[in-house]
Design a protein around this ligand. Structure first.
Ligand SMILES: [Zn+2]
Length: 251
């Protein structure tokens, strides 16, 4: 697959372009990576808020039921006392009269306790109703903004997916211009060197590891007749000016 017409400079230029595409893809992927986590977080937050609200509504219903039961107990107890009071008038024996009077007194006292309990329940109902309506209001508000955010995230995700697909197709096209040997070298260095496999030289130094390059190798890089790798970090080296001149020649 060696293409003899491809010069070292052309290969370097294609490698630099490929690296630019790869850096863009990496950045896009980094942006994309954060989106599903936030979407999940939003879903969880909304679910929690709905759950909290429904828990409190259940609690309110329970307290309301308890209050109704207490009220019906109270009503039954009051009717019982009324019957006992009617019976009092028919009792002849003083002892029986005293006994029933004491029963009535005890029942009245118990009813006071039930009434207190009903008042406490009414206060609880009041408090729960306030809290439920606050939670409903809060949910309405936050749900609106969270759903908006979620819609935005979905849009962003779609657009990132489209951008990445576009970059990947450009990448696939650009691969054809690069000799396989250098492509393999590029890929292997890129993996080891955090995505940067092709670097410029400046003042006799590699701009990847900043080590000085021996003069003979440095001159070879400047001439651009063959591809040189850094003896220290093994990145592919290029001389920026010769690539620029090459672009100008083309233009
Ligand atoms: Zn280096």
């Amino acid at each position: 697959m060696e293409a003899p017409t491809v010069t070292a400079l052309q290969t370097l230029k294609a490698l630099v372009a490929l690296q630019e595409i790869d850096v863009r893809i990496r950045d896009l992927e980094k942006d994309r990576q954060q989106i599903p986590a936030r979407m999940k977080e939003i879903d969880k937050l909304l679910e929690e808020k709905h759950h909290e609200l429904s828990e409190e509504k259940n609690q309110l219903a329970e307290v309301e039921l308890a209050r109704r039961m207490l009220e019906s107990d109270l009503k039954a107890e009051k009717e019982k006392i009324k019957k006992w009071e009617a019976r009092l008038n028919e009792i002849k024996s003083n002892r029986d009269y005293q006994a029933l009077s004491r029963e009535i007194e005890a029942a009245r006292k118990a009813n006071l306790g039930i009434e207190d309990e009903i008042l406490r329940k009414m206060q609880d109902i009041e408090d729960l109703k306030t809290s439920v309506s606050q939670k409903e209001e809060d949910l309405n508000e936050s749900e609106k903004s969270l759903l908006e955010e979620r819609t935005e995230l979905k849009k962003k995700l779609d657009s990132l997916n489209a951008d990445i697909a576009k970059e990947e197709s450009t990448r696939a096209e650009s691969l054809g211009q690069i000799d396989r040997r250098w492509l393999a070298q590029y890929d292997s260095i890129r993996k080891r060197r955090d995505g940067v496999a092709v670097v410029p030289v400046l003042d006799e130094h590699c701009q990847g590891c900043y080590m000085g390059i021996p003069p003979q190798q440095y001159n070879t890089v400047l001439r651009g007749e063959q591809i040189v790798t850094c003896p220290f970090c093994h990145r592919i080296l290029y001389y920026a000016k010769s690539l620029e001149e090459m672009s100008e020649d083309k233009a």
